[in-house]
Every structure is written in C-alpha cells, then in structure tokens.
Design a binder for this molecule. Structure first.
Ligand code: IPE
Ligand code: IPE
Ligand code: MG
Length: 246
C-alpha cells in the first residue's frame, strides 16, 4: 500500500508495534536550508525528539530507540561534536527533573568510555531514576555503533568463558542478545530513517534482523506526529512472514 499525504491516518490499535526505532538524520541539511549553523539543526532535532517521544508514549508504544550520535560521528569538526555533547548534557539535566512527571523512562545505549565524565554521571543518574518505575521507555544511542556493540558483547562473553561461568558451546542467540546494550528490550518491529538516506549507518545491526524499514525524505527536525503515524500505517500494511509462508 502506498502511503501518501492524502491517506487517512487511522491506525489499527490491535497492530501497533511495541518498539519503534528512529535514525534521527537530517539536522545539518535542515539548518543549511535556513542558512543557520549545523548546530542549530541539532538543537531543533533535540526538540523533535522530545515531541516524538511524547507522541510514541501517547500512541501506546512501549519503547522508542533513537540514534543520536554514532561511533562514526567523532569524525566531525570538534565544534560540532562538542556542541552535540553539550546538548546531551543539557537534555539529561532537564530529563532528570521531568522524567518522573512525564513518565518517560530514559536509557542511554552505547559505549561510555569515550564520553565525558559529566555525561556519564548524568547517565548513571537517569538509570537510577528509571529503575524506580515502569512504563514507556525511550532509549537514546550515544557513541553507539552496531558493530561496536556486538564486539563489546563478544568480549563480555569471552570474559564469562574465561571465568568459567559458561562454555562456548552454551552460547545461544538469546544468551548473546542478553549481552548487548539492548538486553531485555524486544527487537524493534519498525525502523524509521528520515532525510532521504537509504542505509542503516551501523544502527541496531543485530536487533534489526526482522525489522520493517520506513524511509522518508522529511528532515528530522521537521518530523512530526503525522509522519510517525504514516510510518506506523505503512508498517501495519506489511505482510511479515519471518521466513515462513502466509
Ligand atoms: C543527524 O543529523 C545528527 C547526527 C548524526 C549527530 P546530521 O548532522 O547527520 O544531518 P545531515 O545528514 O548532515 O543533514
Ligand atoms: C546516522 O547519521 C547517525 C545518526 C543519526 C546519529 P549520519 O548522518 O552519521 O549517517 P551517514 O554518515 O549519512 O551514513
Ligand atoms: Mg546525516
């Protein structure tokens, strides 16, 4: 089914995904179009994340996972990287005050050794608050790469083997999943990439094995509730076979 701007956005409540993931791409081009610095695009993108997380919660989803900064994004200018890192700190500071009121649990995924001690401290604090309640959870991927996550999980498994708590023969897909950053979180049924790029850019490589993808030309700061619903509507029209026959 082709989803156009005219398609009525009536979602089937019985076929809602539990977990939607989004590659928040297009901030730089959004800013460029307005003759603003790229960093203004990242600020606008952070606001969009806030709005879309609330939409996801209100639609009854259980998890939203967003790609905010990849293991490859360190290649950007020092100015852009440090502005993005400061934005994360500001965002987490605010989230620590509002999480309980808004009932949005927050989890940061990704490798933490390379990020600032202040950011690590804020992440530990959000984890602590999130542990106190359940409900909708937003996962934000910072210094995240799908390959890096798999390598870190492999190292954890090797360490378990070395200490004798498990043998290589006992490794299963389930056990390995439990060593990833997304341990305990169901795989996303739907992955959305705005900005017109049609690639995964190292996002959720393991978890996306059977995800449905949705690509749109809309730039992330312009992404809104209607776009989200359009993506979910497209997902609801897919025939998910998981290798079987339907
Ligand atoms: C996504 O937007 C944000 C990050 C990758 C940090 P971009 O900054 O990649 O925006 P474009 O792709 O240059 O438009
Ligand atoms: C993917 O976007 C990473 C994030 C959105 C955080 P990029 O802009 O880094 O991806 P490429 O470089 O176009 O593949
Ligand atoms: Mg980009």
């Amino acid at each position: 089914m082709a989803i156009t701007k005219q398609t009525p956005l009536a979602l089937d409540p019985a076929r809602m995904p539990r977990h939607v993931a989004i590659i928040m791409d297009g901030n730089g081009r959004w800013a460029q179009k307005r003759a603003l610095p790229r960093t203004a695009g990242h600020k606008a993108g952070a606001e969009t994340f806030r709005r879309i997380a609330t939409c996801c919660k209100n639609l009854g989803l259980e998890y939203l996972t967003v790609y905010a900064f990849s293991t490859e994004n360190w290649k950007r200018s020092e100015d852009e990287v440090s502005t993005i890192m400061r934005l994360f700190e500001t965002y987490l500071h605010e989230a620590i005050d509002t999480m309980e009121r808004d009932h949005i649990r927050l989890k940061i995924l990704g490798e933490q050794a390379r990020i600032s001690p202040e950011l690590r401290r804020l992440i530990a604090k959000t984890d602590e608050i999130s542990a106190h309640y359940d409900g909708f959870q937003a996962n934000v991927c910072i210094n995240y790469g799908g390959r890096d996550e798999i390598v870190r999980a492999a190292k954890k498994f090797a360490a378990l083997c070395m200490e004798g708590s498990v043998t290589p023969e006992e490794l299963t897909e389930g056990l390995f999943s439990g060593l990833l950053d997304t341990a305990g979180i169901p795989d996303p049924e739907l992955i959305i990439r705005p900005s017109g790029e049609i690639r995964t850019s190292n996002f959720l490589l393991w978890q996306s094995a059977y995800a449905e993808y949705y690509f749109t030309d809309v730039l992330w700061p312009d992404f809104d509730e209607e776009e989200l619903k359009r993506a979910i509507l497209s997902y609801q029209g897919r025939n998910r076979r998981f290798g079987g026959v339907k």
